[in-house]
Design a protein around this ligand. Structure first.
Ligand SMILES: [Fe+2]
Ligand SMILES: [Fe+2]
Length: 260
């Protein structure tokens, strides 16, 4: 079974770029399951029912999120209702949405688990203990588990890879919007990458117009941040999952979008 996992989709340009790239991504990689991080899909910050649905219509099966998930109040009820969108499982109990969901792909049950790092991000519980608790539940529900670890620092992400090695098919980092060059299958069979990257404008600082972001650093004055639109690319990984629910390979995809 092949899983295509797409890094944080930033704003309308990211959604448009992905829609334009999807036919080629499907042709090249023939994914059985497509997962994407959508926490920046609405105007660069947050997610709405509309942007979630537009991603699902593009052919994404499950949307993961992260620290921007609650930016738009109107989405809370949708998060409770949808079994195709998840938010970090280690947020406060009772918050809108769910931390994991199980879907069918290639005749197998695949759980998608979303976790947030605790370093420089707000969480209610340690992602390591939360992973243990969630996996105890998901073991009986799913044949394979894919984890989106939405976290800031590489050390915590690499540590999570070791924590989950041999227990999940893939532990894939998101949030920094910068792809890392460390994709590999760990010794016990878990596909790992510190960060998948982002899908949106490469002529930007993490999806924001680079002139505005640079001005903020240069002057240390408040800036208006707008989503950049030019030079789109898709950052993703393709994970080959075997019958044991572990990974045979992980291949990064850094694909410029020809005509969005
Ligand atoms: Fe993000
Ligand atoms: Fe984030």
């Amino acid at each position: 079974m092949r899983v295509l996992f797409i890094g944080d989709i930033v704003g309308r340009p990211g959604r448009a770029g992905l829609a334009a790239a999807m036919p080629e991504l499907r042709q090249r990689h023939s994914p059985d399951l497509v997962i994407a991080n959508g926490e920046n899909s609405a105007g660069g910050l947050g997610i709405t029912e509309k942007t979630a649905n537009s991603l699902l219509e593009t052919g994404i099966d499950v949307i993961t999120t992260g620290n921007h998930v609650y930016r738009h109040r109107a989405v809370y009820e949708f998060l409770d209702r949808s079994d195709r969108v998840v938010r970090p499982a280690n947020y406060p109990v009772g918050n809108p949405g769910r931390g994991a969901t199980t879907v069918e792909a290639a005749g197998r049950r695949v759980a998608v688990l979303n976790l947030s790092g605790a370093v420089q991000l707000r969480v209610a519980r340690s992602p390591f203990a939360e992973a243990d608790a969630q996996l105890a539940k998901l073991e009986s529900e799913a044949d394979a588990v894919i984890v989106d670890f939405h976290a800031e620092v590489t050390s915590e992400k690499v540590a999570m890879g070791w924590h989950l090695d041999g227990r999940v098919a893939a532990c894939l980092g998101t949030h920094t919007h910068v792809p890392t060059a460390d994709a590999r299958v760990l010794p016990q069979g878990t596909a790992f990458i510190s960060d998948v990257g982002m899908t949106g404008s490469r002529a930007s600082v993490l999806g924001v117009r680079w002139e505005q972001a640079l001005e903020g650093f240069r002057t240390q004055m408040p800036q208006r941040f707008e989503t950049a639109e030019d030079d789109l690319w898709v950052n993703a990984v393709v994970v080959e999952v075997n019958d044991r629910g572990l990974a045979d390979s992980i291949v990064p995809v850094l694909m410029p979008v020809e005509d969005a």
